[in-house]
Structure formats: C-alpha cells, structure tokens
Design a protein around this ligand. Structure first.
Ligand code: NAP
Length: 292
C-alpha cells in the first residue's frame, strides 16, 4: 500500500537524527534521496546504498543558501523531485531576558525562512513538472506550547504550523499537499542537553505516557504516508480508511504505541487528527508550561 518506487525525496538535515530516520524510511518505501546538509551525510549515504537506493548529497548552509538553486540542483540529480521534507533545524537555549539577536536570527533563518523558500522553490518545480508534489514540514510540540528558554525556536515552530496551513490552502489547487509532523521529545542531538540533565530528563519522561524518548525511526510511517498523500486518502471509505491508516502507521513505526509520540497537521489533519489514535502523548505541562 505505501510504495514510493521511482519517487525522489529531498530531505534537509539527513546526516543524523530525525532527518536520517525519515530518509531511511522513504528509501525503504522506494524513494531515491537528495540530502541537503552542512557536513557530508556519509553514514546516511552508506545505509541508503546498502538498500540499493540512489543518494545525492548537496552541501549547503540553509541560513544563507539560495533555495531556488538548491531545488534546481536536486532536480538535476535524478531528473525530477516528488517530495520535500523540511527537517533541518537548530535550537538555542537562553533566558528570554538574555536572548541574543544572533540566536534569534540563526534559528529563524533555518527553522522558518528556509522552510518557506524551499517549499516555494519545490512547489514551482512541481508545477513545472505537472506532478502532485508532497511537502512535509517538521514542526514541534512548541508549535502548540510556549516552552521556556527557547524563544526563537518556539516562534519559528509556531510559524511553521501557520505556514503549513497557508501553503496547504494555496497549493491544493495544484494537487500539492503540505503537511507537518509535530514530534514530541526525541532522542537526537537537539535534545542532548535535556537528556544529560537528570532532573529535566526525569521531569520530561514523567509527562510521556510511553515512558521513553521518541526515536528517529518513529517518524518513518508518518513521513511515508504523507509522501503518498492524496492517493491513499481518496480511495477508501472513511471508517475503513481510518482503521487501516492507524494500523499501518503504528506498524511502520515499529511500535504499536508509537503513533502517540507525534501529531500531524495540514492537508492530512482533517482525516487524521480527528482520530483519537493520532494524538500527542504529552499531558498538558504543569502551570507555567515547563517544556524544552
Ligand atoms: P539534530 O539531530 O540536531 O538534526 C538537525 C539537522 O539539521 C542536522 O542534520 C543538522 O546538520 C541540520 N542543520 C542544522 N543547521 C543547518 C543548516 N544551517 N543548514 C543545513 N542543515 C542544518 O536534531 P533533530 O532532533 O533530528 O531535528 C530535526 C528536526 O526535528 C528539527 O527541525 C527539529 O527542530 C525538529 N524537532 C526535534 C525534536 C526533538 O525532540 N529532537 C522535537 C520536535 C521537533 P548538522 O548535524 O550538520 O548540524
């Protein structure tokens, strides 16, 4: 059911973490992958080659790189593009009273500005190709909550949520779907300082019913599903479709409980978010919102 044979997916920041997990899952489903990374994604390249998939890595810093040129290079690599996963992201932690302009600008540049301009460049290419492209943005729980000590991250991820909704509205007419996955707390470089702090780690785990940090592989099922987009959503009666999707997502994540560690938003929201199986696992934070 979830086959992406012959498709080409761009995944930003796929040398490690969630981007690597999603690149491997998309490749497993049949995609060739174009990476956009600051440092070469050699580990990802080796894994993809072992699967028999093609991988083209573009070296670029998303704070400054021109999105149109990146998408042109990605398209030239394998002749077309079908999926864009806007995954690359950074986080800077400091009290709001002390937060610097540099930490504001860097995070907004990678986590929000690059998401918009890469999406714009990819959508223009999908329209030129006359194909129904798929865009998947990586949002965050902090698209919905305030958090603490991460003002530019919360602003950017809240922006990603609004942007996803706007682009989904504008580009549906071209058959392009735009969705976002909002992960909970995942074990990657992004959260290394939190996991290294026993008090914070305990407090965070106490709010996750699964009792563990999420893993990059947990996002495999959702990103493959959103890469397929409307072709799945169109053909199945609603109730049966929901049951199948819930089952397939949890099995693709390799953990029948894993669907509770992310939320989805965008074109898929109407058909998925209403289902109780797709829900954030995080109980509301204590008064004062102690997240991240
Ligand atoms: P990660 O391991 O730090 O990965 C981030 C990726 O983005 C890395 O590949 C990184 O490359 C790349 N990147 C950073 N700055 C870049 C730039 N200027 N240009 C190009 N690439 C750049 O963190 P992660 O947790 O996997 O994060 C992936 C996404 O998930 C991010 O958008 C993050 O905000 C989001 N997210 C994470 C969590 C979580 O709990 N971990 C929760 C919600 C959302 P380098 O390795 O070379 O720096």
């Amino acid at each position: 059911m979830f086959e992406l044979n012959g498709k080409v997916a761009i995944v930003t920041g796929c040398n490690t973490g969630l981007g690597q997990g999603m690149a491997l899952a998309l490749a497993q489903a049949g995609c060739d992958i174009v990476g956009i990374n600051v440092v070469p994604a050699s580990e990802t390249a080796t894994a993809l080659e072992r699967m028999g998939r093609r991988f083209h890595d573009i070296a670029a810093d998303l704070r400054t790189a021109a999105a149109e040129a990146l998408v042109a290079r990605a398209t030239a690599a394998f002749g077309h593009i079908d999926i864009l996963v806007n995954n690359a992201g950074i986080i800077r932690r400091a009290d709001a009273l002390e937060f610097t302009e540099q930490d504001w600008d860097d995070v907004i540049a990678v986590n929000l500005k690059a998401v918009f301009f890469l999406s714009q460049a990819a959508a223009r290419q999908f329209i030129r190709q006359k194909t129904a492209g798929r865009i998947v943005n990586i949002a965050s729980l902090l698209s919905f909550q305030g958090g603490i000590r991460v003002p530019s991250y919360t602003a950017a991820k809240s922006g990603v949520l609004g942007l996803t909704r706007l682009l989904a509205n504008e580009w549906a007419q071209y058959g392009i779907t735009v969705n976002a996955i909002a992960p909970g707390y995942m074990a990657t470089n992004n959260t290394a300082p939190l996991r290294a702090d026993p008090a914070r780690s305990k407090e965070i785990l106490g709010r996750i019913p699964l009792g563990r940090w999420g893993l990059p592989a947990d996002l495999g099922g959702p990103v493959v599903f959103l890469g397929l987009g409307r072709r799945v959503l169109r053909h199945r009666p609603r109730a049966r479709r929901r049951r199948r999707l819930a089952r397939t997502l949890s099995h693709q994540a390799g953990d029948p409980g894993a669907e509770s560690i992310f939320t989805l938003t965008g074109n898929a929201k109407r058909s998925l978010q209403r289902q109780t199986v797709i829900a954030s696992s995080h109980r509301p934070p204590p008064a004062g919102g102690n997240s991240q």
